[in-house]
Write a protein that binds this ligand. Sequence first.
Ligand SMILES: O=C(O)CCC(=O)C(=O)O
Length: 299
Amino acid sequence: MKTEANIVNKVNDVYPSRIAAKPSIEDRKDPVVYSSWTESSPLTKEQTEFYEKNGYLFLEEYFTEEEVQAWKQELKQLQSYYKEQESEHVIREPESHEVRSIFAVHDNNAIFKALAKHEKLTSIMEYLLGSKTYIHQSRINFKPGFTGKEFYWHSDFETWHVEDGMPLMRALSCSIALEDNNHFNGALMVIPGSHKSFVSCVGATPENHYKDSLRKQEYGVPDPDSLTKLADEGGIQMPIGKAGSVLLFDCNIMHGSGSNISPYPRSNVFMVYNSVENKLAEPFSGQQPRPDYIANRSI
Ligand SMILES: O=C(O)CCC(=O)C(=O)O
């Protein structure tokens, strides 16, 4: 789809990816924290500085057991409902029929809609992004025991930029643990500091790529040399904690998780907040935008 808008987009693209023959590492051109800290900020000065430097922040047991209970119950109902029921919002594991992800829960489910608007979350998002925010994407990742497969290393921003037309790095994810996240059940890993580098990937994006990539990503995948360099510089961290803990991570941090061969599920709900000043344009790939339930354009 060669519209005038996306030709302009490509010319002005400050984060080109999936275009060059070789991968490269470029500097980030955008701030990480968009507000100045004050006494009334929802994070402490130390937390803000940690997030700016490392690109993530772990808030242990941020929500109470009672709050988590209601969300967990809803999660179990969704999991059992979608066991047999097909829906475009539901992605299955690559090697089994188990539910891997359910998208757009902030839109389709009253309980998770309320969670997305929870003041304890939105106050932090508005502070870090320096504006009002909206949900760009939401999903539950179930990571069932024994069969939950990995999510390979990636920067979310690379995909959101190329495939969804997110202009700048002014978004962040929050992962709310609805089960305990341990070393052995496929918890998320992050490369601290990697959010300050943009890894430009190789390989043109096939049409309707999302149908496969949400099960197993093969394009927009960073190359081993870039990953090694970033990990050598920043190390690898795996923030773990009880259900109710929250991991905030910048849209460009390199992250991923291993398969879950333990008996215990690692189910988390992910809410992605984008600044209202960073709404989606035409995809920088020049291709059709992904559906609204994956990349929200309806605001
Ligand atoms: O659930 C996970 O372990 C990884 C999720 C993730 O990387 C993502 O949703 O972008």
